[in-house]
Design a protein around this ligand. Structure first.
Ligand code: SF4
Length: 561
């Protein structure tokens, strides 16, 4: 059994939630918490949604939003809590802690969560009390248990949807949250559920992905789900395997429970490097894994029906029609997912002011957000709000597709800075590169290390942080850099990107991209997307194009591997 597993056995991880109240009451320091509960407490605190930040004494806290859905009231509380508690201390720069965002900001994540930084343990109970009033939770935001359940951010709006799966998402989320039997799994357990053909909830890269399907049963044509299992990114990325089963919406909770049961019983608890569920599916094979799930499932699972998924078709940025009710929704672009808490609260108030009583805020897996249920006559006023001008629904293509992880500002694993770099690069690239008019977004994803919080493997352009030793005539020393990947996508033509070049110094990336886009614009076939072109051109030539830039890519030595 590995050390983390031992910490999870010493005390049930959910019990840490009660202990947080004591730590807060007594205003314990990190040293005092560790003296009282042992160093395993840092692991268990993840079940409270709290992750020790690299600056000792402070936490990142993660708020779940099943399916990315928030009421305006919930979103307002989240924004206000960021403004009140995510405040950097003077010794770390106070309000000037971050030169782009100051402090008191929040991050929208690729799992439709909200992360806040600089949280002190003594502020957590008060935040939880404010959360309780509007039905929010941070419980199981992190840790080896069922995480936030993903879904389509436009669920229920009728866009390309076979049926609205949000009630199923909420039922699954409710079943697993604070469920002691399934709260301690071999490793984190990620689920996504959608009734939409476009699968923005990314079924292929989750442990369990439920996607729409249709089947005739007893003369009735029923909507339900097909299941993909064992997908994931990070080291050892894998696309989920499709099972031959049809899951009725009312059986989705039991199906997910049976998968969790199989993972709990059969998953590896020794080697954390290979204990994600995708390794179990790979090792057993999809058929045997399906058998294991069927053996543990208390409902009948008919064989599969007709798959209705078309695949990923793009994002939700912009002003769109809600096909079901004639209203509009607006997708705002938040580069790298970061915005001020006060700005998020403003967006929530705008949803209340300009939307109908069904208005909501939806978080998307590309770190953007939507405001829904806006009557057409109110759209201009919504777009005139100060937050709407900063997070424009009509951004340049690089801004629109830019995703960034937390990076070395707060994350213990990070090798490089990511959030500021993602925002600056996206804006600069929009200025410097003329992307063909028919391309709305270039998906550029930056992870600060080889973990995949920014999902670089599914991007047109993906980066993972490295340190680089420069040894050229002009420059020597260690600088920040990145592995440089090209050609990833999800959907019908899903493929992980190729890591085309290793350890590229950060300063060389923009010139290399300019060179690539110049050749792409010259050579592309009609309608060809950037990732499609990079797949058509072999890597040797792509490297040659990058190195032929005005500021050639200086080769370095990777420190990260
Ligand atoms: Fe941290 Fe790496 Fe995840 Fe970025 S990708 S947040 S650096 S663990």
């Amino acid at each position: 059994m590995n050390t983390v597993e031992e910490h999870k056995q010493e005390k049930h991880p959910l019990d840490v939630v009660e202990d947080v109240y004591d730590y807060a009451d007594e205003q314990l320091t990190f040293e005092e918490i560790e003296a009282r509960a042992g160093d395993g407490e840092w692991e268990r605190l993840k079940w409270a949604g709290m992750y020790a930040q690299k600056q000792e004494g402070y936490f990142m806290i993660r708020t779940k939003a099943p399916g990315g859905y928030l009421t305006p009231e919930q979103a307002e509380v989240i924004g206000e809590c960021a403004a009140d508690y995510a405040v950097a201390p003077e010794e770390y720069g106070g309000e000037e802690q971050n030169e782009l965002w100051g402090d008191a900001y929040l991050d929208i994540t690729t799992r439709q969560d909200i992360q806040k930084h600089w949280i002190r343990v003594e502020d957590v109970p008060e935040m939880w009390e404010r959360y309780d009033e509007v039905g929010l939770t941070t419980i199981q935001g992190c840790g080896d248990s069922a995480r936030n359940v993903l879904g389509c951010p436009a669920a229920g709006l009728g866009d390309h949807e076979c049926f609205n799966a949000q009630p199923v998402i909420e039922a699954v989320s409710d079943f697993f949250t604070e469920n002691r039997e399934y709260a301690n799994l071999p490793r984190k357990f990620k689920m996504t559920i959608t009734g939409c053909r476009h699968d923005c909830g990314q079924s292929q890269i989750n442990d369990v992905g439920l996607v729409p399907a249709k089947k005739e049963i007893d003369g009735q044509h029923l909507y339900g789900f097909h299941a993909r299992v064992g997908g994931g990114l990070s080291d050892g990325p894998r696309m989920g395997s499709e099972l031959d089963a049809f899951i009725r919406p009312e059986d989705a909770v039991e199906f997910c429970r049976a998968v969790a049961q199989a993972f709990k019983e059969l998953g590896d608890r020794n080697n954390r490097g290979v204990c994600r569920m995708r390794y179990l599916v790979e090792q057993m094979g999809a058929e045997k894994f399906e058998e294991a799930v069927r053996d543990r499932c208390t409902v009948d699972l008919p064989d599969g029906g007709r798959n209705l998924t078309v695949g990923y078709q793009g994002d939700h940025v912009g002003v769109h029609d809600q096909k079901r009710d004639g209203l509009k929704y607006v997708g705002f672009n938040v580069i790298a997912g970061r915005m001020g808490g006060d700005e998020f609260a403003q967006a929530a108030r705008a949803a209340k002011k300009y939307g109908t009583e069904d208005a909501s805020i939806r978080l998307a897996t590309d770190q953007n957000f939507l405001i829904t249920h806006i009557p057409e006559e109110n759209v201009d006023d919504l777009l005139a709000e100060p937050f709407a001008r900063e997070y424009s629904p009509d951004p340049g293509p690089f801004s629109r597709g830019a995703v960034g992880c937390t990076g070395n500002e707060f994350c213990n694993y990070a090798i490089i800075e990511t959030k500021k770099r993602t925002k600056r690069w996206a804006r600069e690239l929009d200025e410097r590169i003329d992307v063909p008019d028919d391309i709305e977004a270039i998906r550029m994803h930056m992870s600060g290390c080889s973990a995949s919080c920014a999902q670089p493997q599914i991007a047109d352009i993906g980066f993972r942080g490295e340190t680089v030793t420069l040894d050229t005539d002009d420059e020597s020393g260690i600088v920040e850099g990145m592995d440089f990947g090209l050609g990833g996508s999800l959907g019908a033509d899903n493929e992980f990107l190729d890591w085309v070049e290793n350890a590229v110094p950060a300063d060389a990336v923009i010139p290399a991209l300019e060179q690539l886009f110049e050749v792409y614009s010259d050579e592309r076939e009609a309608g060809e997307k950037f990732y499609e072109w990079t797949r058509r051109v072999d890597n040797e030539r792509l490297r040659g194009i990058m190195q032929g830039a005005d500021a050639p890519v200086a080769r370095g030595v990777a420190h990260g591997d």
